[in-house]
Design a protein around this ligand. Structure first.
Ligand SMILES: Cc1cc2nc3c(=O)[nH]c(=O)nc-3n(C[C@H](O)[C@H](O)[C@H](O)COP(=O)(O)OP(=O)(O)OC[C@H]3O[C@@H](n4cnc5c(N)ncnc54)[C@H](O)[C@@H]3O)c2cc1C
Length: 166
């Protein structure tokens, strides 16, 4: 780093192997991977707290709420995050009994809900429309077949087709 007249600019950081700008999940992951590899890393963050767009705060007394991003299935599946063994540093994933639903209106208390167990979802769909439960299970079976190469293509480093091609 140099100033306009070409002289080295004093950053006050001393000498480090890598400077990561931004303490969002990607910056922190990069910094952790480099630090695990023995690099001396400094992370610069302009906000008073780390986390980027994956942060929470007590907006209402007694309740911690997401400020931006809210659900992280891809983070839970990420090989990069898994390799950091974040559980040993206190990370706990929360899983809801119902993954998601789609009420047709504010008074709809019987919306279709997708649950972690495919059989539960199939039974719910079947109750509403004969045959839909079987169709759901066929979709789940299709997903199970492509899941591994698909996730590899999505979450591994470039080129993204490497996982799908294996
Ligand atoms: C409203 C919202 C909802 C979202 N919902 C979801 C969701 O539900 N599920 C999901 O998986 N993803 C969601 N996302 C996306 C997810 O939050 C991002 O993919 C993720 O935060 C990207 O991480 P990042 O580290 O690349 O960047 P960021 O999280 O944006 O972090 C970048 C960091 O760099 C800092 N920074 C920037 N410039 C400088 C600088 N010059 N000097 C110092 N620091 C700097 C910023 O302050 C920030 O802390 C959502 C995003 C938003 C905004």
């Amino acid at each position: 780093m140099s100033s306009e007249n070409g002289a080295p600019r004093h950053t006050g950081l001393g000498t480090v192997d890598a400077v990561v700008v931004g303490a969002g999940p990607n910056g922190l992951t990069a910094a952790a991977v480099l630090a695990d590899a023995g690099w001396d890393v400094v992370v610069l963050e302009e906000q008073p707290v780390p986390g980027g767009a994956v942060r929470s705060a007590e907006l209402h007394p007694g309740f911690t709420a997401d400020l931006f991003s809210a659900f992280h299935p891809l983070a839970a599946a990420s090989p990069a995050f898994r390799s950091l063994d974040l559980g040993s540093h206190g990370l706990r994933w929360s899983r809801s009994a119902a993954a998601f639903g789609h009420p047709s209106g504010p008074d709809d208390d019987d919306a279709v809900v997708v649950r972690p167990d495919p059989d539960d979802t199939a039974a719910d769909l079947e109750r509403r429309c004969a045959g839909d439960g079987k169709t759901w299970l066929a979709l789940v079976e299709q997903w199970t077949r492509i899941r591994e190469p698909f996730m590899q293509a999505l979450l591994r480093p470039f080129p993204p087709v490497r996982g799908a091609g294996s």
